[in-house]
Design a protein around this ligand. Sequence first.
Ligand code: WT7
Length: 635
Amino acid sequence: MSNYHIKNLEEYFNVYRKSINDPEGFWEEVAEEHFLWRRRWDNVLSWDFSKPEVKWFDGAQLNITENCIDRHLATKADQTAILFEPNNPEAEAEPISYQELHDRVNQMANVLKSKGIQKGDRVCIYLPMIPELAISVLACARIGAVHSVVFAGFSSSALAARINDSECKLVITSDGSYRGSKTIDLKGIVDEALETCKCVENVLVTNRIDSEITMKEGRDEWLQPLLDMASKECKAEIMNAEDPLFILYTSGSTGSPKGMVHTCGGYMVYTAYTFKNVFQYKEGDVYWCTADIGWITGHSYIVYGPLANGATTVMFEGVPSYPDFGRFWEIVEKHKVNQFYTAPTAIRALAKENLDFVDRYDLSSLKVLGTVGEPINEEAWHWYNDNVGKQSCPIVDTWWQTETGGVMISPIPFSTPTIPTFATLPIPGIQPALMDENGKEIKGNQVEGRLCVKFPWPSMARTIWGNHERYRETYFSAYENMYFTGDGARRDAVGYYRITGRVDDVIIVSGHNLGTAPIEDAINEHPAVAESAIVGFPHEIKGNALYGYVTLKETGADRDQENLKKEINQLITEHIGPIAKLDKIQFTVGLPKTRSGKIMRRILRKIAHNDFSNLGDTSTLLNPEVVDSIIESRL
Ligand code: WT7
């Protein structure tokens, strides 16, 4: 029995049992059999959640790009590694073979070196979904530079905050990007961001849309001429298993975005292992994940996991609605996609359109369907199952987080029977726990609580860049000796998990994790605004949308409210990006607060949900009278 590839339910249970009884033996076997190490580990695992400190495969040396690229060259040099599908459906798809990927990654790595980038330096990548994005990520990994990919939908100030937080020395970007029928001026956004970033010495620009841009002398350079001159050989930097591989920012319930740090060895082992099992990828299959590499889903399951398995991974530049709502299915037919991985919000958006957009295409190549990012509702699940999977493709509802690095709870297709809305069972090695409000574990089945993980797994984030105390406080202080996820979950009669959603102030809009604090900060910058509070409310397509309660200063009271709303959303777009715009804005006389001055979001959330039952005892509030007035003028 191989520990690597699970083929049926009985085997899943056997492997799972082994992974719990002897986690170190289990992961050691996986690590030993399936990867290329330059030096073996001294110790499989050491951990202490109270510090917290977790080390996997300590002492081992490797380079993840040798595992994702070089070792496949002997047998797969000509096989497509990345299959690039451009925004424009008329343009040719571009298959990049493992050999070509090797050459292009090495050229990029040599260019970075020529700009003085060394092991440990941070490089910010702000690119659309074009091959250069994956290549830049791998080039950083090749030379041991720590990549920090920022989703190219973030605004200049969000970009600047991320660049400054991790003190990136270099930015890789493009002149612009395509998004459906529109273009976006990425270089302009970078220029604006860099006005406040002293740490950046060089900007490398790839040409995507042939637009006129300004190049700052001594700082900015076109990438292509440098690549053309660079050698296709670049020795892989030997990394320690616990050296950082990348930083990826995610929103918290309070404060600035958190730069989650992932390390080389454990991340490689776990993303490769989960990719193989969760998608049941077989040699020759074509796999497509529709996420952007700007999010963890793209890091783990477009780039590292698939490539570590020698897979063919599709990278799509466009959007599901361009040129029409059939685009996804057109691509599935054209490339004979076998595994398809997307988000519930995309499924809901497509389910609203005419079924003809799906039925027009031959989807018979599909074997496994995946979903990620938020709980999938039953209706969307059935639509996906009936119309895309034709009731013959298992749906893997994969629960995980930026912090977890890889899928944590998910069916193993063809092994685990699925139930709509259930993420089902933990991946081998993962030990979930449900906790009650008093910090006690809730054992047994048919129970609900806060979802924690009791034991380390290889791809867990090791820290928050520059703020280890915040890492401890956010994830390891709520429950002793547990990683707290921020989610609630139910465990049913047979032990299946159903994720019920966030129990903190993080709101997931269209699968994007949005913290309330940065949005409120942006709103509060408006000169007419005194204070604000953001909550989520259910939205048919986005899952959640944002509802803002805004109290104006006296000077703002006679301002035109429609204009104010526009200005507020404009501020949010500038500070975070259009994804964080508010769907509803209610101007209020005040915000309900506790006597210690804390905004009672729970009450505001209920009002936004149109649920006025159990508002709780409002008499202990500092200002109980505002609650009635907010209810009266709710939107
Ligand atoms: C949060 C993490 C992991 C990649 C994308 C999101 C929610 C994620 C599911 C799922 C229910 C889910 C959780 C989690 N979430 N997958 N299958 N069912 N909820 O990564 O931005 O770090 O967000 O997304 O609330 O905590 P992220």
